[in-house]
Design a binder for this molecule. Structure first.
Ligand SMILES: C[S@@+](CC[C@H](N)C(=O)[O-])C[C@H]1O[C@@H](n2cnc3c(N)ncnc32)[C@H](O)[C@@H]1O
Length: 251
């Protein structure tokens, strides 16, 4: 049986836990846990298959290269990271305009979604880490792999849920932290700012681009951000708004 096989591979209860606790009487703990994991994996595979069936490879051209980005039509209650958002596309145009020298710059992208922005930055010579919620990483990884062959730096894809597990990034230092269309969700403003703050070094520039759908929410985000950051530049780009911020240095 699959679950028992897995249980055998995992070893004994005490080996797994590293504790000398006694296995609870009559407990089927290992099997139950392994079975639950397998069921969850199966569910994810089925979900991904369904998503693939309603997806398409959408062509874009940026930085002189034809891109092919898998986008998926999702319903209101599904993840939002499966399509290219307005600000994402605008920011790609901004990057290819060449205002920023990206060659060999380290970039962390938050809420990368389909990955189009990080892909364009990679094509322009940057060393990019694209991050997002675990659920959307399979599509993000595939898009990145399909579009970045031969890049100067191989881009990395990592799970990063705002406000969680940030210690994994403690040793990292980024020239830019970027994010497009990620400030729309007011409940996440604090976690997002906490994340940016945690990952910022004195030299890091934060570039955020959004489509102004809800101006009052955007305003509240910027007010909160400005408790720890100073907005050093802002502009309209196409129909999006772009902010550059720097952490206020503590004396
Ligand atoms: C509106 S989409 C923008 C996607 C992409 N940046 C673009 O412009 O096309 C927002 C992105 O933020 C991600 N996101 C939402 N909540 C998050 C959280 N708590 N932690 C990390 N990422 C999150 C979503 O998965 C999604 O990819």
């Amino acid at each position: 049986m699959l679950s028992d096989d897995l249980g055998d591979k995992l070893g004994s209860w005490t080996e797994i836990s590293g504790l000398t606790a006694t296995k609870p009487e009559g407990s089927n703990f290992r099997t139950t846990k392994a079975t639950r994991k397998l069921k969850a994996d199966d569910k994810n595979v089925t979900k991904q298959k369904k998503m693939r069936d309603r997806s398409e490879l959408v062509p874009y051209t940026f930085a002189g290269k034809k891109l092919s980005i898998r986008e998926i039509q999702v319903s209101m209650d599904e993840e939002v990271g499966y399509k290219v958002w307005h600000a994402g596309e605008a920011f790609c145009e901004y990057l290819e305009g060449g205002k920023l020298d990206l060659v060999d710059k380290t970039i962390l992208e938050l809420g990368a979604g389909t990955g189009i922005v990080g892909i364009v930055a990679s094509l322009m010579g940057a060393d990019v880490t694209l991050t997002d919620l675990k659920e959307v990483l399979w599509n993000l990884e595939e898009n990145v792999r399909r579009n970045t062959e031969g890049c100067r730096h191989t881009p990395k894809v990592q799970e990063l849920t705002w406000g969680r597990g940030l210690d994994r990034f403690s040793d990292m230092s980024y020239d830019f932290i970027i994010g497009t269309d990620i400030i729309y969700f007011e409940e996440l403003h604090r976690d997002l700012i906490f994340t940016i703050k945690h990952l910022c070094r004195p030299h890091t520039r934060v570039l955020l681009c959004h489509y102004p759908r809800w101006p009052s929410r955007d305003k509240r985000f910027l007010e909160l951000l400005q408790k720890d950051f100073v907005i050093v530049d802002q502009c309209k780009f196409l129909t999006a708004r772009l902010f550059e911020a720097k952490r206020i240095s503590k004396r």
